[in-house]
Design a protein around this ligand. Sequence first.
Ligand SMILES: [Ca+2]
Ligand SMILES: [Ca+2]
Ligand SMILES: [Ca+2]
Length: 377
Amino acid sequence: MCFSHFLLAKIHRFNANVAVLRLATVAVASLSVAAMDVGAATRDLTITGSPMVFFDRTQNPTVSIASRVTVASDQPIQYASVRMFGYAGPDDKLDINPYYARLSLFNITWDAAKRELKIQKSDNSNFSGSNDIANLNEVLNQLVFFWPDNSITHNPTRMIEINLCEANKSYEHPDGTLHFYDYVSYSSNWSSAKTNAETKYYYGKRGYLATITGVAESQFSRKQTTATAQGWAGGSDAAVDGTWRWVTGPEGLRISGKDSLAGAVFWVGNYTPGGTKYVGDLIDYENWNASGITYTASGHRNTPTIPTEPNGGNHAEDYLQLVPGQGNSDSEGVWNDLSGTATLSGYFIEWGGMGESGNTITIHILPSNAFKSAMGM
Ligand SMILES: [Ca+2]
Ligand SMILES: [Ca+2]
Ligand SMILES: [Ca+2]
């Protein structure tokens, strides 16, 4: 990370009775993200700057984190979600500068449990068209971070993630992160699909072949396409035949407790018949196809139906294909292992959970004596 220049942070006070923060500075890093989007749509979010807040332990500051967010979009946006991760005291919060002159254009709500600042238009309609997007840019550059806890004995880092949520595109993952989905028509083998997904950005987030780790996520992902669509996803047993793991997205970065290899494992076995769900990496979901399959109302395979996939032993079929289940758009897809050299007509893509610089701001809080020392004071 290259710090190009320093700015004096603008300090806003909620409590006028407390003296203003004496030392505050913000280091602006140069970060940029290439913009390649699904189809012809524009969905760009860039954030430049990684604020370093230097503070006097006796103070109780609110710091503007302005002028670092740029949005470009030709899509209707329901709301902007600004979430904070990292240590947070009970009153640690995000807000919009209360002195911002055009505050009345927006409906701004803070959800303390989710630590989410939600920004909508005042009438809750979509941000749509260039004027609305300009307004959204403006308000996102009025973010303020308020922390009344004067101690830095806790983790002094906060991560702020900005997501732009279009209707029917965002799904809240059980870990509290927002994920986004689409289906890409792209005739290719598995590895080309994986590479292609990684060239597609969605509001600052790099795409990956979808990792489907629950019923709701499976249904949500399938709703992005037609009832009969099929395509690649991010599962594979290429590393160890018969040990199925997610090799893309945040799950692909995890080291499995099963074999210490990269990628969270969800299934062990080739059809002998059946196999065994592996839950040691905290993923309790699979939906392999079965002969004579019947479905629950959600479209999940009824138990005790024994799956007949994966059936490609000895590395004959090492990559995950999602196929239609019941053939209606509300159902989960069912799964097949397939040779990675096969050509499929498209793939399921997902964004989110990676904590990328393209849609995050990391705030480092340091005591003022560190700043003084750095400046030779
Ligand atoms: Ca996923
Ligand atoms: Ca295999
Ligand atoms: Ca198969």
